[in-house]
Design a protein around this ligand. Structure first.
Ligand SMILES: C[S@@+](CC[C@H](N)C(=O)[O-])C[C@H]1O[C@@H](n2cnc3c(N)ncnc32)[C@H](O)[C@@H]1O
Length: 261
């Protein structure tokens, strides 16, 4: 399928972009986990907002290669991972088989999950919201799929915001002609930027904009948690210097919200 086909939508483009990245996705720091320090940071964050899993059903949306799904499984949730990329799901299933985890994986669209109403105690997602075409309707869908009293935990960031490190990198590239260290080829970077320019959050994505949409969908007790320093420090230590520095200064956050009841 290519973009000359008139039926080829932005959603197809997003799915195909990630499918092409599936084979190497887990090689990057910030995707798969490369230290116990980072794993502990994630588990701390999950327990802080969702508590122990205790066998409760949880839906990990846009699960990719199931990094977050496994963290949720490890704190005791009964996990379903959903993604629309078959290539990502193949990696996720292979990982679950290797680790002997009983995570259920389904193919689907996070904006229209087809999961039963009132069926999950928690919904999670990492690095999904920035790429949603219609976050307002997605949040309404998540609200309906959660049980009354259930919680959503979003992990994302305002990566469209220019940081002083990014400006420094651009200056460095201009002076030396050397591109900044990246886990993507220039061609994939261009596709990434083109996709970003056409989704709902085409420029900045401040946490407050997500909070507003969550509130409109009916969520209450919305908490923005910016204390992710332990996770970012553990990641930054394993990255090239400037990428690590960028990770520490970016506006990254978790947002937790509850369905009333
Ligand atoms: C940056 S990766 C994140 C994967 C995983 N959440 C993680 O943090 O390791 C983005 C993933 O979102 C998936 N994705 C993006 N939009 C989606 C949608 N509307 N429905 C289902 N999956 C989606 C892609 O296929 C890809 O696997």
């Amino acid at each position: 399928m290519n973009s000359m086909n008139t039926n080829y939508s932005i959603r197809d483009e997003i799915r195909d972009f990630w499918s092409e990245r599936a084979d190497t996705f887990d090689q990057s720091v910030g995707h798969e986990i490369f230290s116990e320090e980072e794993r502990k940071g994630w588990q701390r964050l999950i327990r802080k907002h969702l508590g122990e899993g205790q066998g409760r059903p949880l839906l990990d949306l846009a699960c990719g290669t199931a990094v977050i799904s496994h963290l949720m499984h490890d704190v005791g949730f009964k996990v379903t991972g959903l993604d629309w990329s078959d290539a990502m799901l193949a990696q996720a299933r292979a990982k679950a088989k290797k680790r002997g985890t009983d995570i259920r994986f389904v193919s689907g669209d996070a904006e229209n999950t087809m999961e039963p109403k009132d069926s999950y105690d928690a919904i999670t997602n990492r690095h999904l919201v920035w790429t949603l075409v219609d976050p307002a309707s997605a949040f309404k869908e998540w609200f309906s799929v959660l049980k009354p009293g259930g919680k959503v935990l979003i992990v994302d960031g305002n990566m469209g915001r220019e940081t002083w490190v990014k400006s420094l990198q651009k200056f460095w590239t201009k002076v030396t002609g050397k591109p900044a260290a990246s886990h993507m080829s220039p061609e994939m970077m261009a596709r990434h930027q083109s996709i970003r320019s056409r989704v709902h959050f085409s420029h900045e994505m401040p946490a407050e904009a997500i909070v507003d949409l969550l509130r409109q969908a009916g969520f209450v007790d919305i908490v923005v948690d910016r204390k992710l320093g332990d996770i970012h420090w553990a990641q930054a230590r394993k990255m090239p210097f400037l990428r690590g520095l960028e990770r520490m200064v970016q506006e990254r956050f978790a947002i937790c919200a509850r369905k009333p009841g």
